[in-house]
Design a protein. Structure first.
Length: 365
């Protein structure tokens, strides 16, 4: 199906110093025909790293990239940015996103993911006098749909059934965004993606945590028996999907984005161990990397399986994933091997304490 292409000129990216936001900004500058300006608004919480985007202004021109440190919950600041920068597109990544953190401290998830999204929506409603040529894209997760059984897939029409404070906060923000479309005719779109992986991911998340722990001979903590299944989406494929939605997606619509790469948590960790055997033999423990796998007590409300049917975006917008899981894991692992200094820097301080408290020694509880 053909849809008229939009021209994105002045794009506000919230949370652009985080994992997906960083990759999205790089993707627009490096791999698309985008010729406009990006304004990156990020609060720089523990997972935000402005060094991820160092040199962009110099490389592409100060008039094409601007970083602003600020909170999406600051209504006056957000309205000022929208007016002064004449923003026509908002791509909303900013969110607290770690399920384990939400279980231990849900308040910040509600404040950022629900109230922060509300503040952005209100600012857009006030500043955008006409919806013509405007887009508010809300980036969300498949976790809002709850857990699947052994068969079946999430689709855009799946009922919501969030099981953690994180997924509940994202579900709330999804509903708010859609309500602003129906009530105020705000030009919104929503996407729900599966588990992302790739470069620049903060190492509390599963894949970088396992890679870095393995290289240091530390336990590889796997929840329960490792049977939980996830659909893995390389972050560059996610970025290309967002680019397709922003350019050709229909306002008011939702698009489910998956990697068609289901695997169990245990099998994923074993695959990483096998790649490390080839790529980092100098760090190999005596009994091999798989010997580091340590099963730990399962977390509360741990969803059993996620999987996305992404036929809508494939058929309607012509999007296809580029990375198989095997290819993506290999490339991602090599990135972490070649960027150990980045990894060491982001793991200092608060992050180290979080890992100690949350995972401890890696022994089964």
């Amino acid at each position: 199906m053909n849809h008229r292409e939009r021209t994105l000129r002045r794009v506000l990216v919230t949370g652009g110093c985080g994992f997906i936001g960083t990759n999205f900004i790089r993707y627009l500058f490096e791999k698309t025909e985008f010729s406009g300006k990006i304004i990156n608004l990020d609060k720089l919480t523990y997972a935000g790293n402005p060094k991820n985007l160092e040199g962009l202004a110099e490389r592409y021109g100060a008039g094409r990239y601007r970083f602003l440190r600020g909170d999406i919950g600051d209504a006056a600041l957000v309205e000022k940015i929208l007016r002064e920068e004449e923003v026509d597109t908002i791509v909303h990544f900013a969110a607290e996103s770690h399920v384990d953190r939400s279980i231990r401290g849900p308040e910040e998830f509600v404040r950022t993911n629900v109230l922060g999204t509300f503040t952005l929506l209100e600012a857009a409603r006030k500043v955008w006098e006409s919806p013509t040529g405007k887009v508010f894209h809300h980036v969300s997760t498949d976790e809002v749909f709850g857990s699947l059984g052994q068969v079946g897939f999430f689709t855009e029409g799946s009922p919501y059934d969030p099981r953690s404070p994180y997924s509940a906060s994202k579900a709330s923000s999804d509903h708010l965004v859609r309500a602003y479309f129906h009530t105020y005719h705000l030009p919104v779109m929503v996407s729900n993606c599966s588990n992302n992986y790739g470069p620049y991911q903060f190492p509390e998340k599963m894949i970088p945590l396992m890679v870095l722990n393995a290289l240091e001979g530390k336990p590889l903590p796997v929840y329960g028996e490792g049977t939980n299944v996830r659909d893995w989406l390389h972050v560059e494929d996610h970025c290309s999907a967002l680019w397709a939605i922003l350019n050709r997606g229909r306002l008011g619509e939702t698009y489910a984005v998956g990697g068609r790469s289901e695997t169990s948590n245990l099998r994923l960790v074993e695959s990483l161990c096998d790649i490390l055997e080839r790529r980092a033999p100098e760090s190999r423990p005596q009994k091999g990397f798989r010997s580091l796998i340590t099963f730990v007590k399962d977390r509360p409300g741990h969803d059993q399986r996620y999987a996305i049917d992404c036929r809508k975006i494939e058929e309607e917008l012509g999007w296809k994933r580029s990375f198989t899981l095997a290819q993506g894991l290999e490339e991602t692992l090599l990135w972490y091997l070649h960027n150990r200094a980045w990894c060491d820097e982001v793991r200092r301080g608060d992050y180290a304490e979080w890992i100690r408290v949350h995972y401890g020694s890696g022994e089964r509880e």
